[in-house]
Design a protein around this ligand. Structure first.
Ligand code: DX5
Ligand code: ZN
Length: 234
């Protein structure tokens, strides 16, 4: 558990932010699903899947271009794809604000990070539940976000894997000890209960799909996640 001073310091640098994942929204009614929550959220999480890095296919640049026309929200594009480098330009042109690439897909992420920087995209790195923090540690100073998957990527609606919490704690320790501004995003199985756990461990950006878009009242779901996370972080 974190000392009060550490908690305060990361809370001030990185306030809690909520990033609903549109994977759980109604793809035939994306604009209205987003409109409903837009003023209560901080980022929109866009899961891009290629059917190769993960066993599922979701969406790509054409849908992102349509999202860009429908909202001014920050488009946080989670690239569950084998070859992120090839698609960075198209993603930028479509209107992505930031991309996160899996270290399992790009064990040397420098070319992706260089190209993203050239294009003016924020860039972060993601680790799967079984990938250790050490895999991204050398690149943390270049990451806008370090993303800890709390489910195996590919599908929404899975249960939060509590065994990833020590990885969030360890990232928090490294980021604070190096005085980096890197956010820690947690993705998968987030609801009010697991947001509290992840927030206590040091996460600052909370991706939530099912618990938001399948809720009877998505706005209330967002606020309860924010409150649960904030209570632990501040
Ligand atoms: C999983 C995706 C997640 C997913 C989260 O591959 O990266 O962003 O949409 O959805 P829930 O909140 O339903 O676990
Ligand atoms: Zn995601």
């Amino acid at each position: 558990m974190w000392s009060v001073s550490v908690l305060h310091s990361h809370a001030m640098k990185n306030p809690v932010r909520i990033a609903p994942s549109i994977l759980a929204a109604d793809f035939a009614n994306l604009a209205s699903d987003i409109e409903r929550v837009a003023s209560f959220i901080d980022l929109l999480h866009v899961d891009v899947m290629d059917g190769h890095f993960v066993p599922n296919i979701s969406l790509g640049p054409p849908v992102i271009a349509s999202l860009r026309k429908a909202t001014d929200l920050y488009l946080d594009c989670h690239l569950m794809i084998t070859d992120p480098l090839t698609y960075l330009e198209a993603l930028k042109e479509a209107g992505a604000d930031g991309v996160t690439a899996h270290i399992e897909a790009v064990p040397n992420p420098n070319p992706v990070m260089d190209r993203a920087a050239e294009l003016g995209l924020d860039v972060g790195l993601v680790i799967n539940p079984l990938t250790p923090v050490e895999a991204i540690e050398p690149y943390l100073d270049r990451c806008s976000m370090a993303v800890v998957m709390s489910v195996h990527p590919g599908f929404g609606g899975q249960s939060f894997i509590e065994a990833v919490l020590p990885k969030i704690e360890s990232l928090r320790e490294i980021i604070d000890s190096r005085a980096l501004l890197t956010d820690i995003q947690v993705d998968g199985g987030i609801d009010r209960r697991t947001a509290a756990l992840a927030g206590a461990a040091g996460a600052t950006v909370f991706v939530a799909g099912t618990s938001v878009f399948h809720a009877e009242d998505p706005v209330q779901a967002i606020e309860s996640i924010r409150n649960a996370a904030t209570r632990e972080v501040t």
